[in-house]
Design a protein around this ligand. Structure first.
Ligand code: CDP
Length: 229
């Protein structure tokens, strides 16, 4: 079977990472959550005093980009990749509301996108990769053999994120999450560099009414069609 590249893009909290993870595990591909990379840059900026409220010290962050090293390592217990920032595991710290509230502002910056896209393209050189994000099918891997654009209603997405945070025992406020989901959708769609949009050749998947099993089955079917071509 030939190895392909799979690009999964879509709105915030629509289950892209879950479906990407499930497929990668099933077919033995590498899964890269590109959002985790923007989240790690955001955490770095926060921890180095480069963000005050919603104001970013852009020149300082730009000057410091070369000092930000993002890698993924497999957790031997869960068998899932986790995000490392300069050698430190930041997987849970990048998922907090504080990071969610600032990440889209960081992801708007052209120099941040340039650095992340270069890293993502290097990770995908050997194919056999499932990457999820906002610009994977349009900018990172425009030649990906399989492109999916996922969407679901904002309320359903907020509900899923709410449950996810609750299950992890973290503070969760549904209204705050819904507002965050809508705000990120807006910023992601309207930014100048690589705005979120469906690539012309991406398949549209609205999973508002699909279970995880149903969407996994659908994705596997699309994958098998592509590798047999
Ligand atoms: O999982 P969730 O939908 O909450 O978001 P994520 O995939 O972790 O991404 C967090 C944020 O990073 C998004 O809201 C985007 O602003 C940004 N992002 C991006 O600009 N480009 C990507 N390829 C991935 C994420």
């Amino acid at each position: 079977m030939k190895k392909i590249t799979i690009a999964i893009d879509g709105f915030s909290s629509c289950g892209k990472s879950t479906m990407a993870k499930d497929l990668a595990r099933e077919v033995g591909y590498i899964h890269i959550d590109s959002g985790a990379m923007y989240r790690a840059v955001t955490l770095y900026a926060m921890e180095h005093g480069m963000i005050e409220g919603s104001v970013i010290d852009v020149p300082r962050l730009e000057a410091d980009m070369a000092n930000i090293r993002i890698t993924f390592e497999l957790n031997e217990v869960t068998k899932l990749p986790e995000t490392y920032l300069n050698g430190v595991n930041v997987e849970s710290r990048i998922r907090t509301m504080e990071v969610s509230e600032r990440v889209s502002l960081i992801a708007e910056l052209g120099f941040v996108r340039q650095a992340m896209v270069a890293l993502q393209q290097a990770m995908g050189e050997q194919k056999g990769i499932v990457m999820d994000g906002r610009d994977i099918g349009t900018t990172v891997f425009p030649n990906a053999e399989l492109k999916i654009f996922v969407t679901a209603s904002a309320e359903v997405r907020a509900e899923r994120r709410y449950k996810e945070l609750q299950e992890k025992g973290e503070h969760a406020d549904y209204e705050q999450i819904l507002q965050n989901v809508k705000q990120r959708d807006y910023i992601d769609r309207h930014r100048e560099v690589s705005p979120l949009r469906r690539a012309n050749d991406a398949l549209l998947l609205d999973n508002t009414h699909l279970t995880r099993e149903q969407q996994d089955a659908w994705l596997k079917e699309q994958f098998l069609l592509r590798v047999k071509e």
